[in-house]
Ligand binder design. Structure first.
Ligand SMILES: Nc1ncnc2c1ncn2[C@@H]1O[C@H](COP(=O)(O)OP(=O)(O)OP(=O)(O)O)[C@@H](O)[C@H]1O
Ligand SMILES: [Mg+2]
Length: 452
């Protein structure tokens, strides 16, 4: 079922319930008010009767006096203890015969529904005790037909039923209109999504003015999602074009050397071996490059970090040990704090450290220093080398993908220009920072800031 129909049906059902409850309340209030008004009149009548009747009056005299007060459809009785009717005057024998007399010691009134040959009739019977010397000796019982109630009740009932039906109809019509207004942004969103699905091109929703309600906020979130998607698609395309551009050079080199070997065979063994060497080194470069491509693609697309608390000193000692074993280079770890911990993704942080140490090893020959330090808002790791350094004008470029300062120099060291781009991405994921200070031919210091 469409959501608009659902909203419509639920609101209509609710409105019908409310109308029924209100109408019942109105109906019973009407009954009560009408009966109260009638009761007051009857009580005034009773006062007059009681004043009129004297203790010594004979039955005939009393009857005569009571008849004076008789109205159309009413009866007046005097009841003795034991609920025996002493005197009765009536205009409607049928009704009075159906209502039994009752002796009371306190004023009481009761509504009766009497079935007669003419139909149902509403009667109000008021019973007033008659006292003599502080003792109740008789009861004056006055039965009055509630004509106003009989007529009004049916009219009111018809009006209330008509109002309920009208209310339900209005709610159905208005509900559909309201539901359509409310659901319009959702319908627009569905249309936009369908368009995106069919065309494969991201699209934004039109939002008029400041977002005020939840649905408009949903549209804003949708647009933000589209922006991110656009951004990711753009990154992916950029990555593919960068990657294929970078792969083109080594592949061309490999192809041209392979062509050379095919054409000239291995007549000159020395030249042939040179060619094979170049092919091997370029193929290795492609291999390294593809591994890094995957790394970068993963860090750019995967935003989930598996954060744990890392003991930074032990963590660095481990890395230093591994690198020293592989490269036989002196790496010194400096720290003054007793313990240093950070909350980070251990594997990714290790990847950053290896990228920095790999650079320090490649671009310097002296020892390498690592400093660990706790600052006010962040924990800092510094990797410092005393190598060739980076020209000042290049410092801002080295974080770009595939950027190498001097291609010839980097070729020699086998870089792809992706290391620092990956490191920057990982630091960004950690809401941290990476900064480089360098002086050409003096050395380079890379600082990692991990927020506390
Ligand atoms: N410690 C350093 N000393 C001197 N130059 C550096 C240092 N670190 C980076 N660079 C320069 O910045 C460039 C970019 O570094 P990056 O680590 O991104 O790439 P790479 O080392 O060339 O290749 P990859 O790390 O992908 O194998 C390097 O080519 C190098 O010229
Ligand atoms: Mg590198």
């Amino acid at each position: 079922m469409k959501i608009t129909n659902k909203i419509n049906l639920i609101t209509t059902a609710w409105i019908i319930c409310v109308l029924i409850v209100v109408n019942i309340a109105v109906f019973y209030s009407f009954l009560k008010v009408t009966v109260n008004v009638e009761e007051k009149v009857v009580l005034q009548n009773a006062d007059a009767i009681l004043e009129d009747i004297n203790n010594g009056d004979s039955n005939e005299v009393i009857k005569g006096k009571l008849t004076k007060y008789l109205t159309n459809g009413s009866f007046i009785r005097i009841i003795e203890p034991g609920s025996k009717i002493m005197n009765q005057v009536t205009h409607n024998q049928q009704i009075s015969s159906k209502i039994k007399g009752e002796f009371v010691t306190k004023t009481k009134s009761k509504r009766y529904l009497v079935r007669t040959a003419q139909g149902e009739e509403q009667m109000l019977v008021v019973r007033i005790p008659i006292e003599s010397n502080g003792q109740v000796i008789k009861t004056l019982e006055i039965g009055e037909r509630l004509v106003g109630l009989e007529l009004g009740k049916d009219v009111l009932l018809s009006i209330l039923i008509a109002c309920t039906i009208l209310g339900a109809l209005l709610s159905l019509i208005g509900g559909k209109w309201l539901a359509n207004i409310l659901i319009r942004p959702v319908s627009n969103m569905i249309d936009t999504m369908e368009e995106i699905e069919q065309s494969g091109i991201t699209k934004h929703m039109v939002i008029e003015g400041q977002p005020k309600d939840e649905l408009q906020k949903m549209a804003v979130t949708f647009n933000r999602m589209m922006d991110r998607l656009d951004n990711n698609i753009e990154k992916q395309q950029q990555f593919i074009s960068d990657a294929s551009h970078e792969l083109k050079t080594p592949i061309t080199v490999i192809k041209s050397y392979a062509d050379f070997l095919r054409r000239h065979g291995i007549q000159n063994k020395e030249v042939a071996l040179d060619a094979v060497d170049v092919i091997h080194s370029e193929a290795t470069r492609i291999q390294l490059m593809t591994e890094k491509f995957l790394d970068l693609a993963n860090t750019e697309l995967e935003n989930v970090l598996e954060k744990t608390t890392i003991d930074l000193i032990a963590f660095n000692k481990d890395i230093v040990k591994q690198i020293q074993r592989a490269y036989k280079r002196e790496i010194d770890l400096h720290y003054s704090d007793e313990s240093l911990t950070v909350i980070a993704d251990e594997l990714k942080l290790k990847q950053v450290m290896i990228i920095l140490l790999d650079n320090a090893i490649k671009y310097s020959k002296e020892k390498i220093d690592i400093y660990l330090e706790n600052q006010e808002n962040a924990t800092v790791i510094r990797v410092k080398d005393y190598g060739i350094g980076i020209p000042e004008s290049e410092i801002n470029n080295i974080f770009e993908r595939f950027y190498r300062i001097d291609k010839a120099r980097s070729r020699e060291t086998g870089g792809t220009g992706l290391g620092l781009a990956i490191a920057k991405q990982i630091m960004k994921q950690h809401e941290g920072e990476i900064k480089v200070k360098s002086v050409e031919n003096v050395g380079t210091e890379v600082e990692l800031f991990l927020p506390n």
